[in-house]
Design a binder for this molecule. Sequence first.
Ligand SMILES: [Zn+2]
Length: 251
Amino acid sequence: MGVGSNATNGRLCCIAALCLAGLSGCGGGGSDAAGDGAGAGACTGSRDHYSGNALVDSLISGPSSSWLWNFRAVSGGFKYSFEPGVAVSVVPGAIAFNASQRQAALEMFAYIHSVTGIEFTETSGGEANLRLVNSPDRSRSVFTTWDQSSTYVVMTLESVLFDFGDPRPGTYGYLTLLHELGHALGLIHPPALPNAVDSNMGSALVCGTNVDCNNTPTTFGRNDLLALKWIYGADGFGGEYGYNSRCGSTL
Ligand SMILES: [Zn+2]
């Protein structure tokens, strides 16, 4: 597996990979549901913020989260950039993704589009709302954060624990990048559940004691998929279903 193998000290490595989340991404959920009036037509979706399914709701950011893109005036999906230039204001010394990291990200964009309907379009300059870069700080591990206009997924090329610089499918690097993209979509870490009721096979957003070090899925878990459906309605940003949409949310 090359530099940063997780062959030893697996559980600690899992925790390090998935939970040293840096500026953000490890927060708890919010509180109140936010109803904003029913839409017209034969819609039967819910206007509640939470779905009523505990496993799903444990993944959903609170109503005030800036990461729930259906609440933002954003159309056309994610405009992503691998350019480090603009990102340096948030990630000092940002280093561009290498070819392997870009390949992994592009695979995930296609996958996320297939399950959410969200479009991904590469852009340059200042208009990107999803930026993927490496931090030069090896001690920082990986994290996701945002400013007024963009979400930043920050990896590192030279983690002392993992080969984040070569995140091929089936590696922790790959799962970790998917985990961070889950944050970019507005998902949060679910709480630790007894007996690993739902490990990372149920959600790529789990961390800590629920991480199953023997499994490194390449896709979101069933709970993630339901949460994303609730938030975005499987028709991308805006659309008919999901938060802030005409028909509300459904599971
Ligand atoms: Zn995380």
